[in-house]
Design a protein around this ligand. Structure first.
Ligand code: OAD
Length: 291
């Protein structure tokens, strides 16, 4: 075994060792829930987007909810995933733009888990952070752009879905805040942020980043249900002996099946903080997060 023990202390010792040089991260919605952004699939909490059936979303039990749920509830979606489907967007872009208003970067601040990723970078350990999130909180936490692969795109750029002409960043921001749907100035087509919708290919950066996983000495997976492919296949691409650490509220994927897998169940901010305490990094972590 590469790890002395399959717990926080064992992981900390490994991170502190000479063997651990190239740390890869894979993160999902769970790293941003503490920032107030709901995840997609947490069952039974009423704080997720996708698992809840639309009947629930439009039921009276949503009446008292604010923000995102209330917006989705008002939008009369045939099913929740439709909001991220390119075919549905073509027919009716309004639900997406209503959601975009809630999720638009700027409303939220990074979590302790995001600061942890930045700290790994500062310690020269971070190789690449693959994120499924479109909230850009990794960047806002100070992780350099060249270390982040936004596998499902982000709100950073946008273009026409017909003629692909890029659209101005300030103009789309204005449209989102005004609650209008931006149209291409060349052809009148719908403008969409470069977020990957169901039915669209992943960015080239994802494809090129995947091959680097064979260099991993450590893979940390945080806050993802590992249900959406091809992202969910990434943990299989690190070398067999590479420790894979899952930090999540629930079990996910096949993490736990390899001999050097460690599953740390619980809120990621709490676990990351304990891990940093073991490493003697807690003060730096908290200072950075509070800054
Ligand atoms: P999910 O909602 O599927 O999963 C979030 C995971 O994070 C769950 O396993 C939760 O238990 C866990 N979680 C929630 N809060 C947590 C916390 N504070 N600490 C630790 N774990 C926590 O979200 P993703 O896996 O990110 O794609 O979803 C993947 C993709 O599905 C998204 O990128 C999106 C969606 O369809 C597209 O829009 C293309």
């Amino acid at each position: 075994l590469v790890l002395e023990s399959k717990d926080i202390s064992g992981v900390a010792k490994y991170i502190d060792s000479e063997e651990c040089q190239n740390v890869f991260l894979m993160v999902g919605a769970g790293v941003s829930t503490a920032a107030g952004i709901p995840d997609f699939r947490s069952p039974g909490t009423g704080s997720s987007i996708l698992p809840i059936k639309c009947e629930f979303l439009i039921s009276s039990s949503c009446a008292g909810m604010s923000g995102l749920y209330a917006n989705l509830a008002r939008l009369d979606l045939p099913y929740p995933e439709a909001v991220f489907e390119i075919g549905f967007f073509r027919e009716n872009p309004r639900p997406f733009y209503a959601l975009a208003k809630e999720l638009y970067p700027g409303h939220f601040r990074p979590t302790i888990s995001h600061s942890f990723i930045k700290l790994l970078h500062e310690k020269s350990l971070l190789h690449t952070c693959f994120t499924q999130n479109i909230d850009t909180l990794e960047r806002r936490a100070g992780v350099p752009g060249d270390k982040i692969i936004e596998a499902h795109g982000s709100f950073a750029t946008q273009k026409c879905i017909d003629c692909q002409t890029p659209y101005d960043g300030e103009k789309i921001k204005h449209a989102v805040y005004e609650g209008t749907v931006p149209k291409c100035e060349e052809c009148g087509g719908l403008v969409k942020p470069d977020i990957v919708f169901f039915g669209e290919p992943l960015p080239d950066s994802f494809i090129s980043g995947v091959s680097k996983l064979k260099q991993a000495d450590l893979l940390i997976i945080m806050g993802t249900s590992l249900t959406v492919y091809p992202f969910a296949a990434l943990p299989r691409l690190v070398p067999d002996e590479c420790p894979r650490i899952l930090i999540n509220l629930d079990e996910a994927g096949d993490i736990g099946y390899r001999s050097n897998d460690v599953v740390l169940l619980g809120p990621c901010d709490e676990i990351v903080r304990k891990l940093c305490k073991e490493l003697g990094w807690e003060e730096e972590l908290v200072e950075d997060w509070e800054a």
